[in-house]
Write a protein that binds this ligand. Structure first.
Ligand code: FES
Ligand SMILES: [Fe+2]
Length: 392
């Protein structure tokens, strides 16, 4: 583990940490407190969380339009398990553990790529896109070897609203679409996120616990203060934000910006959104670790996971609806994407020291009580989710 820190919270017994999480989650929102610091810093909780959260839940690995062609793939890592998602000949997707069925060598090294076959670089065992072993050099020398018993290890995968989710669970509790049905039907479905085209995919590593990033993106209270160069330009005031209902599977808050101008408002050719929704942003979290800032003219998503208690790794991307992309000529495209990336880098640069400061501050054994603002309800909702899945 990089950047491993030992501190007063890091070696607490798991039961103590779980008890504190449970007590915090049980408080009514009016008297809510932040996630207990030991939940961010305890090494035993980190292990526990790996088993109860990341080995069980649906984790976003990217966007469906990143792998549109037969054989296109993207790789990810979930709780130390290398994962690959591959587009099938019939247009569906399949997911596998990205490890060879021979002696488990990691198969695909790139984050994205394409190929009708997957060949292991070690002894050239070769699989088709459906994970079937189609070639195993010289294995005819082994009597009784049955290639049909040596395919890739499949994983459950689901596409929801243009996002690809994978779970390591043998028997996932519920399909993503069912868990998110009311979020889709009442709030985000009208945007048609599946039609947005992904224009960038990046990875960042910050020195903070992954939950600090969830906390930060679950509230817009900090936006006017922290995002002077970027999101504060949408000019939404704290009293404009509406926090969504309490759900076991997601949280969101939303607000309309005053201006009909982009960025942040719908393109004139957008026929999907009506009324105030044409200038409304929805910030949502699909528990545990998928964050989306959804706007009428672009979306920004992050899938975050722990790289130890003191470090997080986040894959993020930006996608824009077709009518916005249609305004960008082929000649302008590279510059347009690079300007967009600079904007997002600036926004991330505004958040990074704050998120890392949360991690540094919570390392202290002596702290005041803490409190949440009314528009920080999504943090309380996340704390309750965490307690529900982590505390038996
Ligand atoms: S480990 Fe993959 S072919 Fe041997
Ligand atoms: Fe922020």
């Amino acid at each position: 583990m990089n950047h491993a820190m030992s501190g007063p919270h890091s070696d607490l017994p798991l039961d103590t940490v779980l008890e504190r999480l449970k007590l915090t989650a049980a408080r009514p929102f009016e008297d809510a407190r932040p996630i207990p610091p030991e939940v961010h810093h305890s090494h035993t909780f980190l292990e526990h969380e790996r088993g109860t959260v990341f080995m069980q839940e649906w984790i976003c690995v990217g966007r469906s339009d990143e792998i549109e062609g037969h054989g296109d793939y993207l790789t990810h890592d979930i709780a130390g398990v290398p994962v690959v998602v591959v587009r099938q000949a019939d247009g569906g997707v399949k997911a596998f553990v990205n490890a060879c069925a021979h002696r488990f060598s990691r198969l695909l090294a790139n984050e994205t790529g394409s190929g009708r076959k997957i060949t292991c670089p070690y002894h050239a065992w070769t699989y088709d896109c459906a994970g079937k072993l189609i070639r195993a050099p010289y294995m005819e020398m082994k009597e009784g070897f049955d290639a049909s018993k040596h395919g890739l290890r499949p994983l459950h995968v689901e596409v929801w609203e243009g996002f690809v989710y994978v779970t390591l669970a043998d028997e996932p509790a519920k399909p993503v679409a069912r868990s998110l049905m009311s979020l889709r039907d009442n709030i985000v479905g009208r945007y048609d996120m599946a039609c947005y085209r992904t224009v960038m995919r990046e990875t960042m590593i910050w020195n903070a616990n992954w939950k600090n990033l969830i906390e930060n993106f679950s509230e817009s209270y900090h936006v006017p203060i922290a995002h002077g160069k970027t999101f504060a330009r949408h000019a939404k005031k704290p009293e404009d934000y509406v926090c969504g209902e309490d759900s076991d599977h997601y949280s969101y808050h939303r607000a309309a910006q005053p201006s009909d101008e982009r960025p942040g408002a719908a393109h004139s050719a957008n026929t999907r959104l009506e009324g105030e929704w044409r200038r409304t942003m929805v910030d949502f979290c699909v528990f545990p670790s998928h964050l989306v800032t959804l706007m009428p003219d672009y979306l920004w998503y992050i899938s975050v996971q722990p790289a130890g208690a003191d470090q997080m790794r986040a894959t993020w991307g930006v996608a824009v609806p077709p009518e916005v992309l249609a305004d960008v000529s082929d000649e302008e495209y590279d510059t347009w994407v690079s300007d967009f990336r600079t904007y997002m880098d600036t926004a991330n640069g505004e958040d990074k020291p704050l998120v890392e400061a949360l991690h540094l501050g919570t390392a202290s054994p002596l702290l005041p009580n803490g409190a949440l603002h009314p528009i920080e309800r999504n943090l309380w909702q996340f704390t309750r989710y965490l307690a529900r899945v982590c505390v038996a």
